[in-house]
Design a protein around this ligand. Structure first.
Ligand SMILES: Cc1cc2nc3c(=O)[nH]c(=O)nc-3n(C[C@H](O)[C@H](O)[C@H](O)COP(=O)(O)OP(=O)(O)OC[C@H]3O[C@@H](n4cnc5c(N)ncnc54)[C@H](O)[C@@H]3O)c2cc1C
Length: 517
């Protein structure tokens, strides 16, 4: 499946006849149909995630670290180091940590945090390794890999999820009991990263973002102590972890989430001729945030290897296929000429369909396929004017023919997402029409072209979007990132950061800066 983008696969399996062959990626688990590579791009590689640390008290003693933990400590000289340091975005494949600690317990996390603080070694946590900016790795630092803490226990309407579980493990374990929880589509994304920054997916207009399902989390803070972030426990941390973004406040070891019962859901794939792209985007922006909560849709403009790009809408509906068709009617009326394919599926089958692994084994669904990409994001607070849709269409056309792929992916908000107040959790982006992801996969040597396209495209759409951006699509090149990611919640987040991590042990280039005392 590595050579097939998730988007391409789901369109194929949805039997939507589309012109063109290579389809650019959605927020998916793949690249552009084979042109991107798992190797780091050599030309103009992005800056390595590094942190500046206070004066080191002594040379870091890795032998001592090995004695302190029960898990495995990988270093340059131990077998398996290359695999252990591999993260999803291979644009950062050349980042070499001092050590990767695959922790076996919460106590291992505590010991590693204390060790890093003592020696002034940069430290970062890793769950699924899908940070867009490669922030779950750090040059010459220590990576706390929580992958082995992946147990999932079901309660009554809740589930306790180990911070190392990936989405495939979460969805498949919960589906066995006829329940689910809101999350994204890519099965190898880590629950811990997703659940701290937001968690947008095809269940979100009905059931909220992943953070909205989080009832609590356990974590290890910068002093090596454990903390319980719940409404009855540490309220500040509970608020901050729901939208504050992974890597800022401590190392989460588990989450407790609400689950919802689910058996089946209906799905839709719609494609239009490229000549209708502007009309579709305009119609979709009016329609999507006002559709029934049961329906979450994503509109994508995608490059192809053919003559013209593609415009598509996918949707998931909690209800019958006829209910879905009824719900879609206003969109299809406003943007006629779409080729529509709908159906009903068992929920796990649908999860696999979105993941691009329908009919595949569990191992294939959970296979890790690193690739090089860069991305940006924006929020739309009122539907684009005609000039705005024209700018989006032209921008996508400009990427057509460049090496790699390009896409503009519009995730619909509204529904349950927008009923939560912007200050109720640390996630401020509530009252919006949609989120745009500008996404470019690229082959070796084409990083500059991809980043150039992203920059130009973001600038072209600037008049039509707000200055906010999605913290889970963390962008190493975004300058005013704290305001963009946290808006009015930033001062409180910085105060909480100062309370729990006054020395900024968990620092990274796009991290929350502690408030000055
Ligand atoms: C292919 C792909 C598809 C995606 N699809 C979606 C989607 O459908 N919806 C959506 O909302 N987002 C999506 N995302 C974005 C995703 O939510 C973020 O990239 C998320 O941060 C990834 O989490 P992770 O655990 O896999 O990544 P990691 O790289 O492991 O972690 C991300 C950040 O969180 C920190 N972190 C990791 N583990 C912990 C921990 N235990 N405690 C504290 N901090 C931790 C890391 O240090 C890093 O800063 C997608 C990303 C990719 C690459």
């Amino acid at each position: 499946m590595s050579a097939i983008d998730r988007r391409e696969l789901l369109i194929r399996t949805g039997q939507v006849a589309l012109a063109g062959t290579a389809i650019g990626a959605l927020a998916g688990c793949g690249s552009d149909g084979g042109s991107a590579s798992t190797a780091a791009s050599t030309a103009a590689a992005p800056p390595k995630p590094t942190t500046t640390t206070p004066a080191k008290p002594a040379k870091p003693n890795v032998a001592e670290l090995r004695k302190l933990v029960k898990g495995t400590v990988f270093t340059k000289t131990t077998p398996g180091f290359t695999k252990a340091r591999t993260i999803y975005n291979s644009a950062y494949a050349d980042v070499v940590p001092l050590a990767v600690v695959r922790v076996a317990s919460v106590a291992d996390v505590q010991a590693t945090v204390k060790w890093a603080a003592e020696y002034g070694v940069p430290i970062t946590a890793r769950s699924g390794g899908h940070s867009y900016g490669g922030y779950s790795s750090v040059e010459k630092g220590v990576v706390v890999d929580v992958r082995r803490l992946n147990g999932i226990q079901l309660g009554n309407g809740t589930a306790k999820i180990g911070a190392g579980a990936n989405l495939w493990e979460v969805y498949s374990t919960l589906a066995n009991k006829g329940v689910s929880t809101p999350g994204g589509s890519c099965p190898t994304v880590g629950f811990a990263g997703l659940a701290q920054g937001g968690g947008m997916g095809l269940a979100s207009r009905k059931h909220g973002l992943t953070i909205d399902a989080v009832q609590g989390a356990n974590l290890v803070t910068a002093d090596g102590a454990t903390a319980s972030a719940t409404s009855g426990g540490d309220e500040d941390l509970y608020w901050a972890l729901r939208g504050g973004g992974g890597g800022n406040f401590g190392i989460a070891t588990s989450f407790t989430v609400k689950t919802f019962p689910v058996d089946q859901a209906a799905y839709a794939f719609i494609s239009w001729p490229w000549s209708a792209a502007g009309e579709v985007l305009a119609a979709w922006q009016d329609f999507a945030p006002n559709a029934p909560d049961e329906l979450t849709t994503i509109c994508s403009l995608l490059t192809t290897t053919g003559d013209s790009p593609q415009v598509t809408v996918i949707g998931q509906y909690f209800g019958s296929e006829s209910g879905l068709n009824q719900a879609l009617a206003p969109l299809l009326k406003a943007a006629p000429g779409g080729q529509v394919s709908t159906g009903t599926a068992d929920y796990l089958d649908l999860i696999q369909r979105w993941a691009g692994c329908l009919g595949k084994s569990a191992a294939e669904c959970a296979a890790y396929a690193p690739t090089a990409f860069a991305a940006k994001s924006s929020y739309v607070t009122s539907p684009f004017t005609q000039k705005g849709t024209a700018a989006a269409v032209s921008a996508l056309e400009a990427r057509q023919g460049q090496p790699g792929s390009g896409s503009l992916i519009f995730d619909s908000y509204g529904g349950a997402i927008s009923r939560v107040a912007p200050t109720a959790t640390a996630f401020a982006h509530r009252d919006v029409v949609c989120c745009i992801q500008y996404l470019a996969y690229y082959p070796p040597g084409a990083a500059d072209t991809a980043n150039g396209w992203l920059k130009t495209t973001r600038a072209a759409l600037d008049p039509y979007v707000s200055q906010q951006a999605y913290q889970n699509y963390i962008d190493p090149k975004l300058e005013n990132y704290q305001a963009a990611y946290y808006a009015q919640n930033l001062p409180r987040l910085r105060t909480i950061k100062a309370k729990y991590d006054p020395n900024d042990l968990f620092r990274f280039p796009k991290g929350i800066v502690p408030a000055k005392s």
